[in-house]
Design a protein around this ligand. Structure first.
Ligand code: GDP
Length: 691
């Protein structure tokens, strides 16, 4: 029973999954021959189908690793390209087309490629075999072919004809064996002719006596012998293409009638081997024997590779078990855990601070637009000598003008769209927080999971956005009509806004210093500022003629100068207002019209507190509740195995870890199979002698 080859082919299929790193190979039959020697015809006769690329333009450019799997009990015949994920191709013309495309994809400049094409054929009519078809040797380099072609083909074949492979050396009967390139190549690596089978094709082209002499060749003796074949389907079929399914039958019939018409030379008495059927049997037998004798070396090699994988697993990964699913589950748990922490750290006070900061900025803008623009001269006259304002404003308390100013300002503040602003600020902060959780999580190396997590967050936030924003807007409505301020609130606001102003002052001052450096020194900036001040006073034109500027200053310098003048004026006025805020006058709530900074700050605080109450219920709590569930939905159980695998392998470290484990497991499996095969072999051997 030829079980060994079948089992070994199964093992080889498993080993192929171990991947590139594996150096393990099991013996195969390597088919070599010069172009037109009839190599393809022999292979197709063995398979029983036309499936190899045909054509004059050097059609085999890559090795084809052909695995034949005998499937008794099934009528179906089909091929598969495991590397390409192409399965169950029942049309052999389509296999032929794919092979042609794959070969022609090798650019002319490269001539041949060492990268093999894997093809497996399943059929009840094929023997279990593993064959490798190689590009045919060429004698003369064609006109459009690169000069190194001959050399490159030779090198590629040499790589494959090494032990323990069996060499199937194809030579045509009408060419002197002494000139057979295949036999010459095989003798170089197998000088004693121990693992070469000689196939002599085109036996029909020589007369029987000469044919028999070739098969009995003594000049190139081969232990495994020669087999003569006529593997071309007879021409008499004329225009009718031979049905591919009975190719072998047709060829065998043709061969039988040819060889039996020369009983003297080819008959049973003649002691020669002829016919494709004989060749098939021989191949099976030889491969089985070779497999059997390489059992020990192969299992040693597997054991060694397994030890290396186990060592790497121990040293690099501390024997830590890992699977794509467990990795995903752990990563998800860790993310949820850190999210839980976030829910404890980011709450109402944090939202309040964010919102208040945003509103502070709006308040500063309002103050600048309504109070700090012109009132310098309106509020009080400049100092007669320095031309700068040094004193506090002394506007009348009851002035209708100042009342209207404050009403308009607080109305602008309450109506600026606090609902939308507050919701945006908080939603953005939540999103930023999730993003930084992700950065610190193991998902950081996984673009797929990363975007799934971010999507989960934005889906929840988007769903809640409009209703939250409306609710907040609704509940701050009362402030649009009236803002009641208590003493305590006033005192707090006064304290708080002083700090805001101080900070703004600091910002102005550092911006000024930065400008000094940009223009090339304090002095230069002062000069241009002085020029702008003077020009402004005397209504001089400082624009110049556009590019050249004015007063001897370049346009660019003038623009920096104007920026500096603005910053200086703003700093001056903020200093002034700081003094106002700190003055006794502003300590008193009654003087609110003189102290718009304090009043608007109190208003902003009220808006922020009210908004936060609703944001907390409508947005934050909802988010905290839904986010972990949404994560489970997107990254949980419903992901397909392939997706989980893809996800885990996005991280190169995890990929390597998983690969080592997989390699180890596959090698363990293979070794187990090898061991039982060896036992089987042992039993077989014990049984045979006693028979
Ligand atoms: P390859 O280039 O070595 O693969 O050779 P092919 O199998 O394509 O055969 C080359 C040519 O020889 C083709 O025209 C075949 O039809 C022809 N041929 C192959 N085998 C035989 C045979 O046994 N007898 C005869 N007469 N011609 C054959």
């Amino acid at each position: 029973m030829m079980v060994l080859t079948k089992k070994m082919i199964e093992i080889r299929t498993i080993l192929q999954k171990v991947g590139q790193s594996s150096t393990l190979t099991l013996p195969s039959i390597v088919v070599i021959g010069s172009q037109s020697s009839g190599k393809s015809s022999v292979l197709e006769a063995i398979v029983g189908h036309e499936f190899l690329p045909k054509g004059s333009n050097m059609v085999t450019r890559r090795p084809i690793e052909l695995t034949l799997v005998n499937t008794p009990g099934s009528a179906e015949e089909y091929g598969e390209f495991p590397d390409l994920g192409l399965k169950h191709i029942t049309d052999f013309t389509s296999i032929q087309r794919t092979l042609t495309d794959l070969n022609l994809a090798v650019p002319d400049s490269e001539c041949v490629s060492h990268e093999p094409i894997q093809l497996t054929v399943y059929s009840p009519n094929v023997p279990d075999l593993s064959l490798i078809d190689l590009p045919g040797y060429i004698q003369v380099v064609g006109q459009h072919q690169p000069l190194q072609l001959k050399q490159k083909i030779s090198e590629l074949c040499d790589k494959y004809i090494q032990a323990p492979n069996v060499i199937l050396a194809i030579s045509a009967a009408d060419v002197d064996l002494a000139n057979s390139t295949a036999l010459r190549a095989s003798r170089r690596v197998d000088p004693r002719g121990e693992r070469t089978i000689g196939v002599v094709t085109k036996m029909d082209l020589v007369d029987a006596v000469r044919g028999a002499a070739i098969l009995n060749d003594k000049q190139y003796p081969l232990r495994l012998g020669y087999v003569g074949v006529v593997s071309r389907a007879p021409q008499s079929q004329g225009l009718f293409k031979i049905g591919t399914s009975n190719l072998l039958a047709t060829i065998t019939k043709n061969e039988n009638s040819f060889f039996s018409s020369h009983p003297m030379e080819y008959g049973p008495e003649a002691g020669v081997n002829v016919g494709t059927t004989t060749l098939r049997k021989k191949l099976m037998h030889v491969l089985e024997q070779t497999m059997s004798s390489s059992l020990q070396t192969t299992s040693d090699a597997i054991r060694q590779e397994l030890e290396e994988a186990a060592y790497e697993f121990k040293v690099q990964y501390n024997d830590r078990p890992l699977s794509a699913e467990s990795y995903l589950a752990e990563s998800l748990d860790a993310l949820k855990h850190s999210f839980k922490q976030l829910t404890e750290e980011f709450g109402r006070p944090q939202m309040h601070k964010l919102l208040k900061d945003e509103l502070d900025q709006k308040v500063l803008d309002l103050l600048a637009a309504r109070y700090w623009n012109k009132p310098i001269t309106d509020l009080l006259p400049p100092h007669p000598e320095t031309d700068r304002i040094t004193d506090l404003p002394k506007a009348g308390t009851d002035s209708l003008y100042w009342r209207r100013q404050l009403d308009a300002s607080s109305s602008a503040l309450t109506k600026l769209g606090v609902g939308r602003l507050a919701t945006t600020v908080v939603a953005t902060a939540i999103q930023d927080n999730v993003e930084s959780l992700l950065d610190q999580s193991s998902f950081s190396n996984h673009p797929f999971a990363r975007s799934a997590v971010m999507d989960a967050a934005s889906t929840i936030l988007n769903e809640r956005f409009y209703s939250t924003s409306d609710q907040v807007e609704n509940c701050i409505k009362p402030y649009k009509f009236e803002i009641d301020v208590e003493e305590r609130e006033w005192a707090q606001g006064r304290q708080y806004v002083s700090n805001v102003l101080k900070k703004e002052l600091g910002d102005c001052e550092s911006a000024l210093i930065a400008l000094e450096t940009t223009v090339g020194g304090r002095r230069k900036l002062r000069d241009v500022m002085a020029f702008i001040d003077k020009a402004r006073k005397g209504d001089l034109i400082v624009e110049g003629d556009g590019r050249s500027g004015a007063g001897g200053f370049s346009a660019a310098l003038l623009s920096k100068g104007r920026e500096a003048v603005f910053l200086r004026d703003r700093a001056d006025i903020i200093k002034l207002r700081l003094m106002a805020v700190k003055s006794k006058q502003c300590a008193n709530l009654k003087n609110k019209y003189q102290c718009p900074e304090v009043f608007l700050d109190v208003a902003a605080s009220k808006l922020a507190s009210t908004a936060v109450l609703f944001l907390n219920v409508e947005l934050l709590s909802e988010f905290y509740y839904n986010f972990p569930r949404e994560l489970d939905l997107r990254l949980g159980k419903h992901l397909s195995d392939a997706d989980i695998e893809k996800f885990a392998k996005e991280d190169p470290k995890i990929r390597r870890h998983l690969e080592v484990i997989r390699k180890k497991e596959l090698l363990e499996l293979v070794l187990e199979k090898m061991e039982s095969l060896k036992q089987l072999e042992g039993l077989e051997r014990e049984r045979l002698p006693s028979n």
